[in-house]
Design a protein. Sequence first.
Length: 314
Amino acid sequence: MRIYFCSDLHGSRKCWKKFLNAGNFYEADCIIVGGDITGKFVVPLVEAPKGRRRATFLGIDREVEGEDLARLRTWIEDAGQYWVELTPEEVAYYESDQTRIDALFRTLVLQRVRGWIDEADAKLRTSGVRVMVSGANDDFIEVDEEIARSAVIEDPNGRVVELGDGFSIMGMGWGNPTPWACPRDISEDELAAKIDAVGEGLDDPSRTVFSLHVPPFGTDLDLAPKLDDYLRPRVNASGLEMIPVGSTAVRDAIVRYRPLIGLHGHIHESKGIRKLEGVIIANPGSEYGEGILDGVIVDLDRRKGVTDVRLVAG
Protein backbone atom coordinates (compact mmCIF):
# COMPACT_ATOMS: atom_id res chain seq x y z
CA MET A 1 0.00 0.00 0.00
CA ARG A 2 1.28 3.45 -0.86
CA ILE A 3 0.26 6.66 0.93
CA TYR A 4 0.89 10.15 -0.38
CA PHE A 5 0.75 12.75 2.39
CA CYS A 6 0.92 16.53 2.17
CA SER A 7 -0.21 19.41 4.35
CA ASP A 8 -0.67 23.17 4.54
CA LEU A 9 -2.04 23.96 1.09
CA HIS A 10 -3.46 27.20 2.52
CA GLY A 11 -5.91 27.86 -0.27
CA SER A 12 -3.49 27.39 -3.19
CA ARG A 13 -5.46 26.48 -6.28
CA LYS A 14 -2.38 25.09 -8.01
CA CYS A 15 -1.45 22.89 -5.03
CA TRP A 16 -4.99 21.52 -4.77
CA LYS A 17 -5.01 20.56 -8.45
CA LYS A 18 -1.65 18.84 -8.02
CA PHE A 19 -3.00 17.00 -4.99
CA LEU A 20 -5.96 15.67 -6.97
CA ASN A 21 -3.49 14.24 -9.48
CA ALA A 22 -1.11 12.86 -6.84
CA GLY A 23 -2.71 9.41 -6.69
CA ASN A 24 -2.13 8.83 -10.38
CA PHE A 25 1.26 10.57 -10.50
CA TYR A 26 2.78 8.76 -7.51
CA GLU A 27 0.79 5.53 -7.98
CA ALA A 28 -0.64 5.98 -4.48
CA ASP A 29 -3.56 4.05 -3.06
CA CYS A 30 -4.44 6.81 -0.61
CA ILE A 31 -3.77 10.55 -0.81
CA ILE A 32 -3.99 12.74 2.29
CA VAL A 33 -3.99 16.43 3.17
CA GLY A 34 -3.12 16.68 6.85
CA GLY A 35 -4.72 20.06 7.50
CA ASP A 36 -4.61 23.81 6.92
CA ILE A 37 -6.37 23.75 3.58
CA THR A 38 -7.57 27.36 3.67
CA GLY A 39 -5.80 30.64 2.93
CA LYS A 40 -5.05 33.75 4.93
CA PHE A 41 -5.52 36.89 2.82
CA VAL A 42 -8.09 38.72 0.68
CA VAL A 43 -7.06 40.81 -2.33
CA PRO A 44 -9.69 43.41 -3.29
CA LEU A 45 -10.01 44.07 -7.02
CA VAL A 46 -11.29 47.62 -6.87
CA GLU A 47 -13.38 49.11 -9.64
CA ALA A 48 -11.50 51.74 -11.68
CA PRO A 49 -12.42 53.82 -14.77
CA LYS A 50 -12.95 52.19 -18.18
CA GLY A 51 -13.65 48.72 -16.83
CA ARG A 52 -10.27 48.32 -15.17
CA ARG A 53 -9.54 46.97 -11.69
CA ARG A 54 -6.93 48.15 -9.19
CA ALA A 55 -5.22 45.74 -6.79
CA THR A 56 -2.17 45.39 -4.60
CA PHE A 57 -0.82 41.87 -4.86
CA LEU A 58 2.54 40.64 -3.55
CA GLY A 59 3.44 44.22 -2.71
CA ILE A 60 2.89 45.52 -6.25
CA ASP A 61 0.16 48.01 -7.20
CA ARG A 62 -1.56 46.94 -10.39
CA GLU A 63 -4.29 48.24 -12.69
CA VAL A 64 -5.55 45.62 -15.14
CA GLU A 65 -8.39 44.65 -17.46
CA GLY A 66 -9.43 41.85 -19.81
CA GLU A 67 -6.98 38.97 -20.09
CA ASP A 68 -4.59 40.59 -17.61
CA LEU A 69 -7.40 40.72 -15.03
CA ALA A 70 -8.21 37.05 -15.59
CA ARG A 71 -4.52 36.20 -15.25
CA LEU A 72 -4.28 38.18 -12.00
CA ARG A 73 -7.27 36.31 -10.53
CA THR A 74 -5.50 33.01 -11.28
CA TRP A 75 -2.22 34.22 -9.74
CA ILE A 76 -4.06 35.22 -6.60
CA GLU A 77 -5.77 31.84 -6.34
CA ASP A 78 -2.55 29.93 -7.04
CA ALA A 79 -0.85 31.83 -4.20
CA GLY A 80 -3.61 30.74 -1.81
CA GLN A 81 -5.27 34.12 -1.53
CA TYR A 82 -8.85 35.21 -2.23
CA TRP A 83 -9.87 37.90 -4.70
CA VAL A 84 -13.10 39.85 -4.49
CA GLU A 85 -14.40 42.54 -6.81
CA LEU A 86 -15.47 45.68 -4.96
CA THR A 87 -16.39 49.28 -5.70
CA PRO A 88 -14.54 52.04 -3.84
CA GLU A 89 -17.69 52.53 -1.76
CA GLU A 90 -17.75 48.84 -0.82
CA VAL A 91 -14.08 49.02 0.18
CA ALA A 92 -14.93 51.88 2.55
CA TYR A 93 -17.90 49.91 3.90
CA TYR A 94 -15.74 46.93 4.83
CA GLU A 95 -12.79 48.94 6.11
CA SER A 96 -15.05 50.77 8.55
CA ASP A 97 -15.88 47.59 10.49
CA GLN A 98 -13.55 44.64 11.15
CA THR A 99 -16.51 42.30 11.70
CA ARG A 100 -17.58 42.94 8.10
CA ILE A 101 -14.11 42.06 6.86
CA ASP A 102 -14.11 38.89 8.96
CA ALA A 103 -17.51 37.85 7.59
CA LEU A 104 -16.38 38.47 4.00
CA PHE A 105 -13.21 36.45 4.57
CA ARG A 106 -15.16 33.52 6.03
CA THR A 107 -17.55 33.59 3.06
CA LEU A 108 -14.70 33.50 0.54
CA VAL A 109 -12.90 30.72 2.42
CA LEU A 110 -15.92 28.43 2.56
CA GLN A 111 -16.83 29.22 -1.03
CA ARG A 112 -13.45 27.93 -2.21
CA VAL A 113 -13.65 24.84 -0.01
CA ARG A 114 -17.03 24.01 -1.57
CA GLY A 115 -15.55 24.40 -5.03
CA TRP A 116 -12.63 22.17 -4.16
CA ILE A 117 -14.92 19.46 -2.81
CA ASP A 118 -17.04 19.54 -5.95
CA GLU A 119 -13.86 19.27 -8.02
CA ALA A 120 -12.61 16.27 -6.01
CA ASP A 121 -15.98 14.52 -6.26
CA ALA A 122 -16.10 15.00 -10.03
CA LYS A 123 -12.48 14.01 -10.71
CA LEU A 124 -11.89 11.15 -8.27
CA ARG A 125 -15.29 9.48 -7.83
CA THR A 126 -14.32 6.52 -10.01
CA SER A 127 -10.52 6.68 -9.60
CA GLY A 128 -10.19 3.95 -6.98
CA VAL A 129 -7.91 6.25 -4.97
CA ARG A 130 -8.92 6.97 -1.38
CA VAL A 131 -8.89 10.65 -0.51
CA MET A 132 -8.53 12.03 3.01
CA VAL A 133 -8.62 15.71 3.91
CA SER A 134 -8.76 17.32 7.33
CA GLY A 135 -9.06 20.82 8.71
CA ALA A 136 -6.37 21.96 11.13
CA ASN A 137 -5.57 24.85 13.44
CA ASP A 138 -5.85 27.55 10.73
CA ASP A 139 -9.17 26.25 9.39
CA PHE A 140 -12.62 27.32 10.55
CA ILE A 141 -14.68 24.55 12.16
CA GLU A 142 -17.23 24.97 9.35
CA VAL A 143 -14.62 23.51 6.99
CA ASP A 144 -15.28 20.10 8.57
CA GLU A 145 -18.97 20.42 7.72
CA GLU A 146 -18.13 21.14 4.08
CA ILE A 147 -15.75 18.16 3.87
CA ALA A 148 -18.43 15.91 5.38
CA ARG A 149 -20.75 16.46 2.42
CA SER A 150 -18.21 15.06 -0.05
CA ALA A 151 -18.99 11.82 -1.82
CA VAL A 152 -15.28 11.01 -2.09
CA ILE A 153 -13.32 12.66 0.72
CA GLU A 154 -12.94 11.01 4.12
CA ASP A 155 -11.93 13.01 7.19
CA PRO A 156 -9.89 11.17 9.86
CA ASN A 157 -9.78 14.24 12.11
CA GLY A 158 -10.53 13.10 15.68
CA ARG A 159 -11.22 9.50 14.75
CA VAL A 160 -9.72 6.28 13.40
CA VAL A 161 -10.24 5.20 9.78
CA GLU A 162 -9.32 1.74 8.49
CA LEU A 163 -6.87 1.78 5.57
CA GLY A 164 -6.89 -1.93 4.73
CA ASP A 165 -4.21 -4.61 5.11
CA GLY A 166 -4.65 -4.31 8.87
CA PHE A 167 -3.54 -0.66 8.94
CA SER A 168 -5.48 2.38 10.14
CA ILE A 169 -5.03 6.14 10.42
CA MET A 170 -5.79 8.48 13.31
CA GLY A 171 -6.10 12.21 12.61
CA MET A 172 -5.86 15.29 14.80
CA GLY A 173 -6.09 18.81 13.38
CA TRP A 174 -6.09 20.72 16.65
CA GLY A 175 -2.80 22.32 17.67
CA ASN A 176 -0.96 23.92 20.56
CA PRO A 177 -1.14 27.73 21.01
CA THR A 178 0.30 30.05 18.35
CA PRO A 179 0.79 33.84 18.45
CA TRP A 180 -2.14 34.23 16.03
CA ALA A 181 -4.88 32.57 18.13
CA CYS A 182 -6.04 30.36 15.25
CA PRO A 183 -9.49 28.71 15.29
CA ARG A 184 -8.18 25.36 16.60
CA ASP A 185 -5.38 26.51 18.89
CA ILE A 186 -5.80 24.89 22.31
CA SER A 187 -3.63 24.27 25.35
CA GLU A 188 -1.21 21.34 25.46
CA ASP A 189 -3.36 19.71 28.14
CA GLU A 190 -6.47 19.98 25.97
CA LEU A 191 -4.59 18.64 22.95
CA ALA A 192 -3.28 15.69 24.96
CA ALA A 193 -6.83 14.91 26.10
CA LYS A 194 -8.14 15.01 22.52
CA ILE A 195 -5.39 12.69 21.31
CA ASP A 196 -5.92 10.26 24.19
CA ALA A 197 -9.70 10.24 23.66
CA VAL A 198 -9.02 8.60 20.30
CA GLY A 199 -5.69 6.89 20.96
CA GLU A 200 -6.83 4.92 23.99
CA GLY A 201 -9.38 3.12 21.84
CA LEU A 202 -6.83 1.83 19.32
CA ASP A 203 -6.55 -1.93 19.00
CA ASP A 204 -2.95 -1.76 17.78
CA PRO A 205 -1.18 1.62 17.67
CA SER A 206 1.85 -0.01 16.04
CA ARG A 207 -0.25 -0.49 12.88
CA THR A 208 -1.78 2.98 13.00
CA VAL A 209 -0.60 6.03 11.07
CA PHE A 210 -0.74 9.10 13.32
CA SER A 211 -1.68 12.13 11.21
CA LEU A 212 -1.18 14.76 13.91
CA HIS A 213 -1.01 18.23 12.36
CA VAL A 214 1.55 19.73 14.73
CA PRO A 215 4.99 18.08 14.83
CA PRO A 216 6.43 16.76 18.10
CA PHE A 217 8.36 19.33 20.10
CA GLY A 218 12.13 19.42 19.74
CA THR A 219 12.51 17.04 16.79
CA ASP A 220 13.89 19.39 14.10
CA LEU A 221 10.52 19.07 12.32
CA ASP A 222 9.21 22.01 14.35
CA LEU A 223 11.82 24.75 13.87
CA ALA A 224 10.28 28.14 13.02
CA PRO A 225 11.54 31.74 13.17
CA LYS A 226 11.55 33.28 16.64
CA LEU A 227 9.27 36.33 16.71
CA ASP A 228 9.66 39.64 18.51
CA ASP A 229 6.89 41.46 20.38
CA TYR A 230 5.53 42.73 17.04
CA LEU A 231 5.44 39.21 15.53
CA ARG A 232 8.41 39.96 13.29
CA PRO A 233 11.09 37.27 12.72
CA ARG A 234 14.23 37.89 14.75
CA VAL A 235 17.57 37.92 12.96
CA ASN A 236 20.99 37.27 14.46
CA ALA A 237 24.48 37.13 12.96
CA SER A 238 23.72 33.71 11.44
CA GLY A 239 20.42 34.76 9.89
CA LEU A 240 16.93 33.94 11.09
CA GLU A 241 16.81 32.84 14.71
CA MET A 242 15.00 29.49 14.75
CA ILE A 243 13.34 27.85 17.75
CA PRO A 244 11.26 24.69 18.32
CA VAL A 245 7.52 25.42 18.41
CA GLY A 246 6.06 21.93 18.16
CA SER A 247 3.74 20.24 20.60
CA THR A 248 4.78 18.47 23.80
CA ALA A 249 1.40 16.70 23.78
CA VAL A 250 2.14 15.27 20.33
CA ARG A 251 5.63 14.26 21.40
CA ASP A 252 4.25 12.48 24.47
CA ALA A 253 1.64 10.71 22.32
CA ILE A 254 4.24 9.43 19.84
CA VAL A 255 6.41 8.12 22.69
CA ARG A 256 3.47 6.60 24.56
CA TYR A 257 1.57 4.94 21.72
CA ARG A 258 4.50 4.22 19.38
CA PRO A 259 2.48 4.37 16.17
CA LEU A 260 3.45 2.93 12.80
CA ILE A 261 4.59 6.39 11.66
CA GLY A 262 3.88 10.02 12.55
CA LEU A 263 2.89 12.37 9.70
CA HIS A 264 2.85 16.08 10.49
CA GLY A 265 2.72 19.53 8.90
CA HIS A 266 2.14 23.01 10.38
CA ILE A 267 5.76 24.19 10.26
CA HIS A 268 6.47 25.00 6.64
CA GLU A 269 10.20 25.58 7.09
CA SER A 270 11.03 22.22 8.69
CA LYS A 271 10.56 19.52 6.10
CA GLY A 272 12.32 16.29 6.92
CA ILE A 273 12.21 12.70 8.11
CA ARG A 274 13.42 11.85 11.61
CA LYS A 275 12.97 9.24 14.33
CA LEU A 276 11.54 9.82 17.79
CA GLU A 277 12.49 6.96 20.10
CA GLY A 278 12.49 4.58 17.17
CA VAL A 279 9.27 5.87 15.54
CA ILE A 280 9.59 7.40 12.08
CA ILE A 281 8.15 10.92 11.92
CA ALA A 282 7.93 13.15 8.85
CA ASN A 283 6.99 16.69 7.86
CA PRO A 284 6.79 17.41 4.10
CA GLY A 285 6.98 21.18 4.66
CA SER A 286 5.03 23.62 2.53
CA GLU A 287 5.81 25.96 -0.37
CA TYR A 288 2.18 26.67 -1.22
CA GLY A 289 2.83 30.34 -2.03
CA GLU A 290 5.00 29.27 -4.97
CA GLY A 291 2.50 26.64 -6.07
CA ILE A 292 4.91 23.82 -5.16
CA LEU A 293 3.30 20.80 -3.55
CA ASP A 294 5.64 19.14 -1.04
CA GLY A 295 4.76 15.63 0.07
CA VAL A 296 5.82 12.38 1.73
CA ILE A 297 5.52 8.94 0.15
CA VAL A 298 4.99 6.10 2.64
CA ASP A 299 5.08 2.49 1.44
CA LEU A 300 3.46 -0.08 3.73
CA ASP A 301 3.66 -3.87 3.66
CA ARG A 302 1.12 -6.05 5.48
CA ARG A 303 3.85 -8.05 7.22
CA LYS A 304 6.83 -5.67 7.34
CA GLY A 305 5.05 -2.40 8.14
CA VAL A 306 6.80 0.71 6.80
CA THR A 307 9.16 -0.29 3.99
CA ASP A 308 9.99 3.15 2.58
CA VAL A 309 9.53 6.83 3.44
CA ARG A 310 10.71 9.65 1.18
CA LEU A 311 10.12 13.32 0.54
CA VAL A 312 8.84 14.44 -2.86
CA ALA A 313 7.96 17.78 -4.42
CA GLY A 314 6.25 18.81 -7.61
